[in-house]
Write a protein that binds this ligand. Structure first.
Ligand SMILES: Nc1nc2c(ncn2[C@@H]2O[C@H](COP(=O)(O)OP(=O)(O)OP(=O)(O)O)[C@@H](O)[C@H]2O)c(=O)[nH]1
Length: 540
C-alpha cells in the first residue's frame, strides 16, 4: 500500500521484515457468536474505521462495514467473506471474514486455505456449536494455529471451566487459559491475565484505540479486595487451581495447532479486544510456506507467487465487476507488474490491483506474502488458479466439495437463456454454486452444499443478471468427479453412463448419481475409474 512503511523497503533485510510484520488470519464462529461485532472492534482498534456500524443497526437499516451484499442486509447474516487490511502496532494485519451460515461453508473452507492462523469466537452462553466443529476440523487438517475468544461474558454465560472442557473434548484441542473471567452477566467485573498477573477491570465500551482500561497489578493487591471484596476469594482459589491443573501456554504447541490460548471478554463492549490483537502480533505466525504440486514455496523467495482462493462478482453494484482474491505466497508484488497466469500459460500485467479497507478500495502499490490482493477478473481467472513470475507452480489444497443438493434450472422467460448461462457461469466461477451441464439434454443442473445457496443464486440471477430462474427437483443425490488414466476405458464408461454424466463449469466430467446405491454399484463395476468426492483445482 502506498501509505504503509513498505514504501521504504529497499534491502533484503527490509524485505524479510515486511514479511515478518504480516499476520493473515480468519475469524471463524457459529452464526451469532459475535464474529461481525468482533471484526468491527478489531478494525476500530486498528484505526481502519472510526465508528462501528453496529450489528443491531446492520440488522435493521445500516449494515456492518464488513458486509457487502444486499442479501446480507435482508437476511442479517454474512454471506460473502470479505478481506480487510489494517495496521496495528507496526504490523500489517490481513483479516479475512468468513460467512457463518452453514450453507456457505465451502466459501469458508477456501478462505481457511489462505490464512496462517484463525480466531475462533465462541458464544459463552452456548459453548461449542455445530458450525464451529466443522470449521475446526478444517483448521485441524492444516494444523492452523487457533486463538479462542469466549464472547458475551457481559451476559449470563456457561461456567468458564466447563467451556474450556467442552472445547477440549469436542474440538480435540488443548486449551491454555490466558485471561480468566471474574464473574459474568450483571456481575462481570473483568478478567485476570494469568501471564501478566493483572486484573483488567470491566467497563462497558470504554476501552478504545487510544484509551486503555484500568489495570490492577498483582493478584494479592489489596486494592482488588477493596474493589471486589465478594469476588476476590473465589478468584484467588480459581487461579490457584488453574495454575496447578490447566495447561500453561506453550508457543510451540500453539504454532503446531495442538493448543489454543483462551481469552474471555465481550466484543460488543470492546472488552478483551486489545488482548486478542496482542496475541495475534506476539504469537500468531507470520506468513508460512505453502505447498504446491512440486515443492514448498517459502514467503521469503524473491520471485512473486500466489493463488486465487475466492472470486466475487458484483461486490459493489456501482463497480459491476468481478474480483479474484489472490493470496500472495512469495516475493514482492508491485503495481504494474507482469505475472503469469499459469493455467492459461499467459502473462498478465496488473495495472490496478485492489486492497480492501473495510468498504473502501484503494490501489495496491506493494504487497508481500500474506497480503490479499484483488485482481479484476473478466472471466479468465478461476478459484484455485496459481500465478507466478514464470515458474510453473500449482498451489494445492483449495477444495471443491461434491454437492449434496441438486436442482434443475428452468427459465421463466426462455429468451433469457444467454443471460442465464452467463450468470450461472460467473456464479459457478466464484463458487456460489456448482453448475453441471448434462451430456444429454439441454437443462442445466445446479449443485449446492446447503439449500440456502439456491436462494442466493436465484436472487443474484434476478438482481445482477435480470434473469428469473425456477428450480425444479431432480433425481440426483450426489456427484463425483471422474478420472481415468485409460482413454479407452473412459470412452467406454462415458458411452455406458452418458445419461448420468455432466460437465461442470470448468469442463470437468462428473457423474451425477441418482442414489447412493447406484453410486456404490457403479464404482464397484468400474474399478479403474476414480470417483472423486472433492475436486482440487490441481488434479484436473
Ligand atoms: N451481550 C452481548 N451481545 C453480543 C456481544 N457480541 C455480539 N453480541 C450480539 O450478538 C448478536 C450476534 O452478533 P454478530 O456479530 O452479528 O454475530 P456473527 O457471528 O457475525 O453472526 P453471523 O453474521 O450470522 O455470522 C448481535 O445481536 C450482537 O449485538 C457481546 O459481547 N455481548
Amino acid at each position: 500500500m502506498s501509505s504503509s512503511p513498505e514504501a521504504l523497503v529497499t534491502t533484503a533485510d527490509d524485505f524479510i521484515a515486511a514479511i515478518q510484520r504480516r499476520r493473515t488470519f480468519a475469524i471463524i464462529s457459529h452464526p451469532d457468536a459475535g464474529k461481525t461485532t468482533l471484526t468491527e472492534k478489531l478494525l476500530l482498534f486498528g484505526g481502519a474505521i472510526q465508528l462501528a456500524g453496529t450489528v443491531k443497526a446492520r440488522k435493521s437499516s445500516r449494515h456492518a462495514t464488513s458486509d457487502w451484499m444486499a442479501i446480507e442486509k435482508n437476511r442479517g447474516i454474512s454471506v460473502a467473506s470479505s478481506v480487510m487490511q489494517f495496521e496495528y502496532a507496526d504490523h500489517v494485519i490481513n483479516l479475512l471474514d468468513t460467512p457463518g451460515h452453514q450453507d456457505f461453508s465451502e466459501d469458508t473452507y477456501r478462505v481457511l486455505t489462505a490464512v496462517d492462523s484463525a480466531l475462533m469466537v465462541i458464544d459463552g452462553g452456548n459453548g461449542v456449536e455445530a458450525q464451529t466443529i466443522k470449521l475446526l476440523e478444517v483448521c485441524r487438517l492444516r494444523d492452523t494455529p487457533i486463538i479462542t475468544f469466549m464472547n458475551k461474558f457481559d451476559r449470563e454465560s456457561r461456567d468458564p471451566t466447563e467451556l474450556m472442557d467442552e472445547v477440549e473434548s469436542v474440538l480435540g484441542i488443548q486449551c491454555a487459559p490466558v485471561t480468566w473471567p471474574i464473574g459474568m452477566g450483571k456481575r462481570f467485573r473483568g478478567v485476570y491475565h494469568l501471564l501478566r498477573d493483572e486484573v483488567l477491570v470491566f467497563a462497558a465500551g470504554e476501552e478504545t484505540r487510544d484509551q486503555q482500561l484500568e489495570r490492577i497489578a498483582g493478584l494479592d493487591n489489596p486494592e482488588l479486595d477493596r474493589r471486589f471484596p465478594e469476588e476476590m476469594p473465589e478468584l484467588r482459589e480459581q487461579v490457584e487451581l488453574l495454575r496447578a491443573a490447566s495447561n500453561p501456554f506453550c508457543l510451540e504447541d500453539f504454532l503446531e495447532g495442538q493448543q489454543t490460548p483462551v481469552f474471555f471478554g465481550s466484543a460488543i463492549n470492546n472488552f478483551g479486544v486489545r488482548e486478542l490483537l496482542g496475541a495475534l502480533i506476539d504469537w500468531a505466525p507470520s506468513p508460512r510456506s505453502r505447498p504446491t504440486t512440486g515443492r514448498k514455496v517459502s514467503p521469503e523467495e524473491a520471485a512473486f507467487s500466489g493463488f486465487v482462493f475466492k472470486i466475487q462478482a458484483n461486490m459493489d453494484p456501482q463497480h459491476r465487476d468481478r474480483v479474484a482474491f489472490l493470496r500472495v505466497c512469495s516475493g514482492h508484488f508491485q503495481r504494474g507488474m507482469k505475472i503469469r497466469h499459469l493455467r492459461l500459460g499467459r502473462d498478465i500485467q496488473v495495472h490496478n490491483p485492489i486492497t480492501f479497507l473495510a468498504q473502501e478500495r484503494e490501489l495496491v502499490e506493494d504487497a508481500y506474502a500474506g497480503d490479499i490482493i484483488g485482481l479484476h477478473n473478466h472471466g479468465s481467472i478461476q478459484i484455485g488458479d496459481s500465478f507466478s513470475q514464470g515458474e510453473a507452480l500449482q498451489f494445492t489444497g483449495i477444495p471443491y466439495f461434491a454437492p449434496e443438493l441438486f436442482r434443475r434450472v428452468r427459465l421463466r422467460n426462455p429468451l433469457k437463456a444467454k443471460q442465464l448461462q452467463k450468470g450461472l457461469q460467473q456464479l459457478a466461477e466464484e463458487g456460489a454454486t456448482q453448475v453441471f451441464k448434462p451430456l444429454q439434454g439441454g437443462d442445466m443442473i445446479l449443485g449446492a452444499v446447503g439449500v440456502l445457496q439456491f436462494d442466493v443464486v436465484a436472487e443474484r440471477l434476478k438482481g445482477e443478471y435480470a434473469v428469473e430462474a425456477l428450480f425444479d427437483p431432480v433425481t440426483v443425490q450426489t456427484a463425483r468427479w471422474i478420472h481415468c488414466e485409460d482413454p479407452k476405458m473412459l470412452a467406454e464408461f462415458t458411452r455406458k453412463h452418458e445419461e448420468q454424466l455432466a460437465e461442470d463449469a470448468g469442463g470437468r466430467l462428473a457423474y451425477l448419481a441418482p442414489s447412493r446405491v447406484n453410486l456404490d454399484l457403479t464404482m464397484e463395476r468400474w474399478p479403474q475409474v476414480v470417483f472423486h468426492a472433492t475436486r482440487e483445482h490441481a488434479d484436473t
